[in-house]
Design a protein around this ligand. Structure first.
Ligand code: 5AD
Ligand code: SF4
Ligand code: FES
Length: 360
C-alpha cells in the first residue's frame, strides 16, 4: 500500500489508490481533504459560482426506483410552472447577479416539450440581454433535440449516469425500454457532440453499491473527460421501491462522509472541472454544502423555484429550503459562502476551465 503522499504525486491514479482514499480515516482522511482543497485553490481558485435552479415541473415519464417524483408515485401533486413564472425566476437570477440558471424538470420527450424549452431558452436570453448562462437538466433526448436546444442558447447540460455500473444501474431502474443504460451513456456522447459542456454524476450510498462501484464511477468520469459533475448522497424516500432496502443502507453520516470523499478525490483526479455542491448534502448536514465547498466543490445551485412549488419537487426526504423563497436562499447562501472561505463569482458564467481547454 502506498502512503498518501506517494499517491498524491502519481500522474495517474489507479482504482486501488482511489479505494484507499475512499476508505481512509483519521490522519489520512484529513490529508485527502487538505490535498483536494489545495488543488481546488490552485486550479479553479476560491471562487464559487451560482446557478439559480428552477425546478420547473415535477411531471416525469420515468420510474426510477429511488426518486420521489417518479411517474408511479400517485401521492405527488404534479405541477408545471407557467412560462411567465419561469421567465420571472430567470429575471430574479439575473437581477441577483447570478451568472447562470439551470432549468430542471422531469424527463419528457416530444415535439411540444422540445418547442417549449426552445422558446424558453430564447426568452431567457432575451430578458437578460444574452448575459445569463443556461444549463439544461431534462434528461435523455435525441441528438436532434440536443442540437436544437444548443442553437436556442443552452450551453451546458447535466445528465447524471446515476451509476456507471450496468448491473447496479438496473437494480435502481426498471429494466424496460424507457430506462436503458446504453441510451443514457449514448446521450452523454451526443451532448458532447452537440457542443455542450457536459456534466454527469452519481448517487452515493445507494443500496447494493460498493466502494468498488464508487471508485469505478470516478474513473468513468475521468475517462469520459467530463466538464462538470454533480453528485451527492442517496437519501431514501418512503414512496419509492428502494425504500424496502433502507435497512441495508450505510448510516446517513457515513453516506455524507463518503460523498465528501468522492468530491475530494474527483477534484484531485480532474483538477479543473466544475464540481457542484449537491443540495442533498444539506439534507443530511445543515452545513453540508459549505463543507463540500471547502474540500473541492466550486458550484452552488441556489433554489429559485417559486416557493409554492418547492414542496412538490421532493426527490428525497428532508430536502432543504422547501419553505423558503428565492430571496431567502440568496441572503442565506451569500453568508454561507463567505463563511466557507470562498468568494462569489457574481455576474460570471463560471464556465468549466476544463471545457475551455478541451476545445482550444
Ligand atoms: N436521493 C438523492 N438523490 C436523488 N436523485 C433522485 N432521487 C434521489 C434520492 N432519493 C437525484 C438523481 C437525479 C437528480 C436530479 O436527483 O441523481 O439525477
Ligand atoms: Fe424522473 Fe429524474 Fe426522478 Fe428519474 S430521477 S423519476 S427521470 S425526475
Ligand atoms: Fe435556501 Fe439557506 S440556502 S434557505
Amino acid at each position: 500500500m502506498d502512503s498518501f503522499t506517494d499517491i498524491f504525486s502519481k500522474p495517474e491514479l489507479t482504482k486501488q489508490d482511489i479505494l484507499q482514499m475512499l476508505l481512509s480515516d483519521g490522519e489520512n482522511r484529513s490529508k485527502l481533504f487538505a490535498k483536494a482543497s489545495e488543488v481546488k485553490e490552485k486550479y479553479v481558485g476560491n471562487v464559487v459560482y451560482f446557478r439559480g435552479l428552477i425546478e420547473f415541473s415535477n411531471i416525469c415519464s420515468k420510474n426510477c426506483f429511488y426518486c420521489g417524483i417518479r411517474k408511479g408515485n400517485r401521492k405527488v401533486k404534479r405541477y408545471n410552472l407557467p412560462d411567465e413564472q419561469i421567465i420571472e425566476a430567470a429575471r430574479f437570477a439575473f437581477e441577483s447577479n447570478y451568472g447562470s440558471v439551470v432549468l430542471q424538470g422531469g424527463e419528457i420527450e416530444g415535439e411540444a416539450f422540445t418547442t417549449r424549452i426552445e422558446n424558453l431558452l430564447r426568452k431567457i436570453k432575451e430578458v437578460s440581454g444574452g448575459k445569463l448562462g443556461i444549463t439544461l437538466s431534462v434528461g435523455e433526448q435525441s441528438p436532434e433535440v440536443y442540437r436544437r436546444w444548443y442553437e436556442a442558447g443552452a450551453h451546458r447540460y447535466l445528465l447524471r449516469i446515476e451509476s456507471s455500473n450496468r448491473d447496479l444501474y438496473y437494480r435502481i431502474h426498471p429494466g424496460d425500454e424507457t430506462h436503458r443504460f446504453e441510451r443514457r451513456l449514448q446521450a452523454l456522447y451526443d451532448l458532447r457532440e452537440a457542443g455542450y459542456q457536459v456534466g454527469t454524476g452519481v448517487m452515493i450510498g445507494l443500496p447494493f453499491q460498493t466502494s468498488e462501484h464508487l471508485a469505478e464511477d470516478l474513473l468513468f468520469m475521468k475517462k469520459l473527460d467530463i466538464d462538470m459533475c454533480g453528485m451527492g448522497p442517496y437519501i431514501e424516500h418512503a414512496d419509492t421501491p428502494l425504500w424496502q432496502y433502507r435497512g441495508q443502507l450505510l448510516p446517513l453520516d457515513e453516506r455524507f462522509d463518503l460523498a465528501l470523499k468522492m468530491i475530494a478525490i474527483l477534484r484531485i483526479l480532474m483538477k479543473d472541472i466544475n464540481i457542484a455542491s449537491a443540495t442533498a448534502l444539506q439534507a443530511i448536514d445543515p452545513i453540508g454544502r459549505e463543507k463540500a465547498l471547502k474540500i473541492g466543490a466550486n458550484i452552488i445551485m441556489p433554489n429559485i423555484t417559486p416557493g409554492q412549488y418547492r414542496n412538490d419537487y421532493k426527490l428525497y426526504e428532508n430536502k432543504p429550503c422547501t419553505d423558503e423563497e428565492a430571496s431567502d436562499c440568496k441572503n442565506c447562501l451569500e453568508a454561507r459562502i463567505h463563511m466557507s472561505g470562498n468568494k462569489i463569482g457574481f455576474d460570471e458564467w463560471g464556465d468549466s476551465k476544463h471545457f475551455s481547454k478541451r476545445i482550444e
